[in-house]
Design a protein around this ligand. Structure first.
Ligand SMILES: Cc1cc2nc3c(=O)[nH]c(=O)nc-3n(C[C@H](O)[C@H](O)[C@H](O)COP(=O)(O)OP(=O)(O)OC[C@H]3O[C@@H](n4cnc5c(N)ncnc54)[C@H](O)[C@@H]3O)c2cc1C
Length: 409
C-alpha cells in the first residue's frame, strides 16, 4: 500500500502560492533551528510577526472556521501549508503556544460569545497562551488539582501554584482547571478558566532545567513556576460551565496526548541525516561501517513508524474523524523512539554527541540538544505510562466497556 501523499495540479498550484508567500513574508533573522525553545528575544519577536502574518492570511489555523479567525481551508491545503513551513524548519505557530490545545477546546465547549471573544486573537496569532495545569503534587493525575477558584460577584478569585509551565519570552493568556466545589466528587468539582497573564496576583518565576540550557548557559526556552495569588478573573472566562471543567479537560488532553497528529518529518531528524551524509570515522564515511549501518537502520525504522502514525492522526484531526487509541499510540511511539534514538546516537557518535564545545560539536549542536531532550520528552503531555494506560482502556483490555476519546467536535 502506498502511504505517501500525492497532489493534484490545483494543489501543486496552491503549494507554489504558499511557497512564494512564505518567501516574501518570513521575516529575516529567523533561524531554521529545530531547537525551537532556544530562540533569543529578537528572533522570538520576529516569529510573532510571522504568526500574525500567517494569522491574517488564515494560514496559521487553516482548517478552523473563518468566522472565528481561522482559514476555513481544506485538510489538503493545511497539509501543504504545514509541509512548506516545515521545509523552512518552521512550525505553526512558530513558537511555544498551547493554543493548539486551548483553541479547539473553546471551539467545542465555549458559548457563542466566548468563541467570538477568545478564538480570533488565538487563531490570528495575536496572543500567546500557556497551559497552566501541573502542580507540585499533581501531574499525571490532573483531576487531583488543588488550585481553587471562588465565585465573588461577576468574578472568580483563583489561588494556586503551577509548575513546569510554558516557555521563555512571556505569555498573554493562561488556561487552567481549578476546584470550584471542594465538596463535590472527583471530576465534578473543577472548572476551566482563561486567565489574562497580566492580571494582578500572577507571578511567573523561571525554572532552570536540563532541557532549557542554551549554548551560552542561559536558560532559554525554560519552564516556569507560576503562582496565582487571589487572581480575579471575569466569570465570562469560565468555559464549559461551573464544575464541568473535566469535560473541557478531556478535549485538550485528547489533543495533547497526540490526537492532533503531525504531517511532517521531525526537523531534528533532517539535521541528523544531513550530518550522516558527510560524517567520517577513521578516515572513511561513517555509513560504510557495518556497525554504524546497523544503528542507522534502527533509527530510520523508528522515525518512519513515528512519522506514519503522526500522519494518520493529522488526517483524523483535520478531517474531523472519530478517534480512540490513536493519539496515545502515536505519542507513545514518538517518545519511546526519541529515547531509543538518544541511546543509539550516543552509541554511534560517542562523546561528540554530548558536547556543545564549538571545536568538537557536530551538526551545529543539534545532536547534543537531542541528547538532553530525548529523556525529558518522554514525560510531558502524558508520560509513556499514561499513554499505555489510555491505549489499554480504549482498546478494552481488562474492561467490558471501551473508554471513549475526549470530545473533539
Ligand atoms: C519538558 C516539560 C514540559 C512541560 N510543560 C508543561 C506545561 O507547559 N504545562 C503544564 O501544565 N505542565 C507541563 N509539564 C508537566 C507535565 O505535564 C508533568 O510532568 C506530567 O504530567 C507528569 O506529571 P509529574 O511530573 O507530576 O509525574 P507523576 O504524575 O508524579 O508521575 C511520576 C511517575 O509515575 C508514573 N505514573 C503516574 N501515574 C501512573 C499510573 N496511573 N500508572 C502508571 N504509572 C504512573 C509516571 O509515568 C511517572 O513515571 C511539563 C513537563 C516537562 C518535563
Amino acid at each position: 500500500m502506498e502511504f505517501e501523499l500525492s497532489y493534484t495540479p490545483d494543489q501543486e498550484a496552491f503549494r507554489q502560492d504558499v511557497r512564494a508567500w512564505l518567501q516574501a513574508n518570513v521575516p529575516a533573522g529567523i533561524s531554521r533551528s529545530p531547537r525551537v525553545e532556544e530562540h533569543p528575544q529578537q528572533e522570538w519577536e520576529q516569529r510573532r510577526v510571522l504568526a500574525r502574518r500567517l494569522g491574517a492570511k488564515g494560514w496559521l489555523w487553516p482548517t478552523m472556521p473563518r468566522e472565528y479567525g481561522g482559514g476555513g481551508l481544506s485538510m489538503d491545503q493545511a497539509i501543504i501549508i504545514a509541509e512548506e513551513l516545515d521545509s523552512l524548519g518552521l512550525h505553526s505557530p512558530p513558537y511555544h503556544d498551547s493554543a493548539t490545545l486551548v483553541a479547539p477546546s473553546v471551539l467545542v465547549w465555549g458559548s457563542d460569545e466566548q468563541k467570538k471573544a477568545f478564538l480570533p486573537p488565538m487563531l490570528k496569532g495575536e496572543v500567546v497562551t500557556f497551559q497552566c495545569l501541573t502542580e507540585p503534587e499533581v501531574g499525571s493525575d490532573l483531576a487531583s488539582v488543588k488550585s481553587s477558584a471562588v465565585k465573588d460577584g461577576d468574578e472568580y478569585v483563583l489561588n494556586g501554584h503551577k509548575t513546569f509551565i510554558g516557555a521563555a519570552h512571556g505569555v498573554d493568556w493562561m488556561w487552567t482547571i481549578a476546584v470550584t466545589d471542594p465538596k463535590a466528587p472527583r471530576h465534578e468539582n473543577v472548572s476551566w478558566f482563561i486567565i489574562p497573564a497580566n492580571s494582578p496576583g500572577v507571578t511567573i518565576i523561571p525554572m532552570e532545567l536540563l532541557g532549557s540550557r542554551g549554548e551560552d548557559g542561559n536558560p532559554e526556552g525554560h519552564k516556569n513556576d507560576i503562582y496565582l495569588d487571589s487572581v480575579r478573573v471575569p466569570a465570562f472566562n469560565l468555559i464549559g460551565g461551573e464544575n464541568q471543567g473535566w469535560r473541557v479537560a478531556s478535549t485538550h488532553l485528547e489533543l495533547e496526548h497526540g490526537g492532533g497528529g503531525r504531517i511532517v518529518r521531525n526537523a531534528f531528524e533532517r539535521e541528523f541525516w544531513k550530518y550522516i551524509e558527510t560524517a567520517q570515522r577513521d578516515g572513511r564515511h561513517l555509513a560504510e561501517d557495518p556497525d554504524a549501518r546497523d544503528v542507522l537502520a534502527d533509527i530510520q525504522t523508528d522515525n518512519e513508524i513515528t512519522r506514519l502514525l503522526g500522519m494518520r492522526n493529522f488526517y483524523l484531526a483535520h478531517a474531523r474523524k472519530p478517534r480512540s487509541y490513536e493519539g496515545s499510540q502515536s505519542s507513545y511511539m514518538r517518545k519511546t523512539a526519541g529515547l531509543r534514538m538518544t541511546h543509539l546516537m550516543g552509541q554511534l557518535l560517542g562523546y561528540q554527541a554530548l558536547t556543545t564545545d564549538a571545536e568538537y560539536r557536530i551538526a551545529d549542536g543539534h545532536i547534543e540538544s537531542q541528547q538532553r531532550s530525548g529523556i525529558i520528552n518522554v514525560h510531558p503531555g502524558g508520560t509513556t505510562d499514561i499513554q499505555k494506560l489510555i491505549i489499554a482502556r480504549r482498546i478494552g483490555i481488562g474492561r467490558t466497556a471501551k473508554e471513549e476519546a475526549g470530545r473533539l467536535s
